[in-house]
Design a protein around this ligand. Structure first.
Ligand SMILES: [Zn+2]
Ligand SMILES: [Zn+2]
Ligand SMILES: [Zn+2]
Ligand SMILES: [Zn+2]
Length: 282
């Protein structure tokens, strides 16, 4: 499965800069054979630097190594650790296919750039977009909505491009999430209001809209969040985030509607806060 995904080697010059060019002496076929030498015999992922071997010279990846008491190939001892610098040098000259090659990613990268790319790879499985990270579900984009309807039945959905997201009991202590879905333009959007202490002793509210879709699809939309009332108005407008990017990064960067508890009280009515949400196409 891994060799076949490496068929791009013959045309490296036409690929993005992230692709490592081959050592001039190596032919594409040879390079694929070399890459195969780095396959972990346990998980079939690549054994990448730092590369450690058993006393007989067999390789196993560092993740698997931590779970093993002996070499999976020869049953010999894995300790003391023996580093294989020659294999590390070879690894540094080879492009390795992205972890999600079997899902369709065509990129091959230097091993040092692989983890960063795989974090943002479009072919990475989607995780459950619900905030709080208690749900460990993963799957394809098409499976996200069915998952939400089955596993998170309490989330309500409103139809239309212009709705009111009503967060009740905003005075509840501690970290709290309010979530609802909005359907319009043939897409599903997830509205999230989160109350948390990003800075100790300073409670804040963060509101953001996510598209159940890719980053590219998200670029076709804009959303507006508005707190309104008591002769005041607070507005935030932005591009929805893809659920591939998630809520946590938006909150971390304050790339969302942010307000503190005093502002929440200015707009709240009996402990309930209504946020006007408008989604438009652009
Ligand atoms: Zn492994
Ligand atoms: Zn061994
Ligand atoms: Zn990828
Ligand atoms: Zn879930």
């Amino acid at each position: 499965r891994i060799q076949q995904s490496y068929s791009v080697a013959g045309s490296v010059s036409a690929l993005p800069a992230a692709v490592v060019s081959l050592p001039s002496a190596a032919l594409p076929g040879q390079s694929a054979e070399l890459t195969a030498l780095f396959e972990c015999p346990v998980c079939f992922d690549y054994v990448l630097p730092p590369i450690l071997q058993c006393q007989a010279g067999h390789l196993v990846c560092n993740q698997c190594r931590q779970k093993l008491s002996c070499c999976p190939t020869c049953r010999g001892p894995l300790t003391p650790s023996i580093r294989n610098l020659a294999m590390e040098k070879v690894a540094s000259t080879l492009p390795f296919p992205c972890k999600y090659a079997s899902a369709g990613c065509l990129l091959s990268l230097h091993h040092s750039e692989k983890p960063e790319h795989e974090e943002v790879c479009e072919f990475r499985p989607y995780t459950c977009p619900c905030p709080g990270a208690s749900c460990k579900w993963q799957g394809s984009l098409e499976a996200v909505m069915p998952h939400l309807m089955h596993a998170h039945k309490s989330i309500t959905t409103l139809q239309g491009e212009d709705i009111v997201f009503l967060a009740t009991d905003i005075n509840l202590p501690g970290a709290v999430d309010w979530v609802m879905m909005q359907s319009c333009f043939g897409h599903h959007f997830m509205l999230v209001l989160e109350k948390q202490e990003k800075y100790e002793g300073h409670q804040q509210f963060f509101a953001v809209v996510l598209l159940i879709g890719t980053r590219k699809q998200a670029e076709n939309f804009a959303y507006r969040l508005e707190l309104n009332g008591n002769r005041r108005r607070l507005t935030w407008e932005a591009t929805p985030r893809s659920i591939h990017d998630g809520v946590a990064a938006a909150i971390m960067n304050s790339d969302c509607l942010v307000f503190d508890t005093s502002i929440a009280h200015l707009f709240a009515d009996n402990g309930n806060l209504g946020i006007n949400v408008t989604i438009s196409m652009c």
